[in-house]
Design a protein around this ligand. Sequence first.
Ligand SMILES: [Zn+2]
Length: 149
Amino acid sequence: MFEALKTKNMTATAKPVPDPDRPGAFLPNGAAAKSGLNRSILDKGWHRIEVATRSKARYTGSCVVTVNPAYTSQTCNVCKVVDWTSRESQAVFRCTSCGHAEHADVNAAKNILTAGRAEHAQARPAVRAGARKPRSRVGRKANRQAAVA
Ligand SMILES: [Zn+2]
């Protein structure tokens, strides 16, 4: 499962914020921290990881699902309550509703998995019991020719 992250937006450089008290000066805007984050996102090469995974999946019969990332890091995987204050820090998720506590990445990953499974189930509805196996075009043509002959 992949989050459809907009890596381009995430890696945009932080804009300088002018300091209202000191003309010509700029407030600290976390640009240094942001550029460190940029490097780690780009180093991992998410796009290349996704391409490689999709390629592998074709051989193993696995399914790669892309998931809308909205609120996956703010939603409690246990009670499903969405509250951005549940995200205590980069690492800690503690649900303000039910108290469920977990590493923030693990909680988000479970939400992505849940969303991906739901999407997958919708995209490929289960075959009805007793439904006839669809015949291929080639099969039908072969049948017709067999009847003519
Ligand atoms: Zn909860």
